[in-house]
Ligand binder design. Structure first.
Ligand code: FMN
Length: 334
């Protein structure tokens, strides 16, 4: 089935452009901002299936789908029963607002990997398959899997893993072309995504190192993927989505005007305050503020201020620097 049909995505593009799940980053405010700038679908931060099982309030908060939102929920865990239970709970709570359940088999963080979760599951393909089967038995929604090129050189098993996921019933897969040990360093290997695309018949979403509209076109040409997913390229630059969309349609894209950028930062901060209250929102917004300031003249000093903001008032002063700066291209910012 086509990716757009599978995920009920209404996009001008044949291959939709998605905002990746990012822990600590893709909260409701950032997702909504990316959606407004053209992201065809967004993902929650990764959510612990065990955390839901033990009724952790903060964990449930991560899975909160807001009014009007259509969200892919990403779960992590290594117990098939925990994943199934999490899906049941979330379906009951959020209903139609959940587009699909994505299973995290790519996270490289030691505290996840040391529990045998995230990318560690690439070393246990049979267990990984069992998790997918259990998820499929529990929901009629699409179940997708996000994984890496492999865990390490010994388990550089992306082709076999992709096939195993397909056989287990995964409806689509997302591939980030790096080994676990690479974290986010070096260059993502797009050739491995192209090989997977030739091997499986389910939709493949290509991920890794899309920082510009040109990168988006290149990864699509090199992998023939059914969709693309952007993570770091969107931080401080949600405008990348509309630029990619324009570029893929007519080969051009516009620079972002300073005033518009300032306005979007303000919108995101306000959404964040509404969802979390000003105090917590501003603590969590610090990193976003620092990302938005990249490329602005005097950014180093401004970012020092950004990482200690405590109120909207302080943030607004920083935003003034964004709107008051000479024009710069988004290319400079990433
Ligand atoms: C801060 C941060 C948090 C992330 N959190 C998640 C996560 O919760 N789930 C996940 O599958 N991947 C996560 N990732 C990985 C991204 O989704 C993506 O696969 C990776 O960054 C490569 O894409 P990029 O080159 O566009 O950044 C995270 C990445 C970053 C930088």
């Amino acid at each position: 089935m086509e990716l757009k049909t599978l995920l009920k995505i209404d996009s001008v593009l044949e291959q939709p452009v998605l905002l990746a799940p990012m822990a600590g980053v893709t909260d409701y405010a950032f997702r909504e901002i990316c959606r407004r700038q053209g992201a065809d679908m967004t993902y929650s931060e990764m959510i612990s299936a065990k955390g839901l099982k033990y009724n952790s309030r903060r964990t449930f908060e991560l899975a909160d789908v807001h009014q009007g939102e259509r969200l892919a929920i990403q779960l992590f865990g290594r117990e098939p029963k925990d994943i199934a239970q999490a899906i049941e709970m979330l379906q009951e709570q959020q209903g139609e607002k959940i587009v699909c359940f994505d299973l995290n088999m790519g996270c490289p963080a030691p505290k996840i990997v040391n529990n045998g979760e995230g990318s560690a599951l690439m070393k246990e393909p049979l267990l990984a398959a069992h998790i997918v089967e259990e998820a499929k038995r529990t929901t009629s929604r699409p179940v997708t899997v996000k994984f890496r090129k492999g865990f390490d050189m010994q388990y550089c098993n992306y082709l076999q893993f992709a096939q195993t996921m397909q056989e287990a019933g995964a409806d689509a897969i997302t591939v980030h072309g790096r080994l676990r040990g690479q974290y986010y360093a070096g260059k993502a290997d797009w050739a491995c995504i192209a090989q997977i695309k030739e091997r499986v018949h389910i939709p493949v979403i290509a991920n890794g190192d899309i920082f510009s509209p040109e990168d988006a076109l290149a990864i699509l040409q090199q992998t023939r993927a059914d969709g693309i997913m952007v993570a770091r390229g969107a931080t401080g630059n949600p405008f990348l989505f509309e630029q990619i969309k324009q570029y893929l349609q007519d080969g051009t894209y516009k620079e972002v005007e300073r005033d518009r950028k300032a306005n979007v930062i303000l919108q995101q901060a306000e959404l964040c305050c509404e969802a979390k209250g000003e105090r917590r929102a501003m603590q969590e917004f610090r990193k976003h503020a620092a990302w938005y300031l990249k490329g602005v003249r005097g950014a180093a000093a401004l970012r020092q201020q950004a990482i200690s903001i405590t109120s909207m008032e302080e943030l607004k002063k920083l935003i003034d620097y964004v709107s008051g700066e000479p024009a710069h291209t988004v290319r400079d910012m990433v």
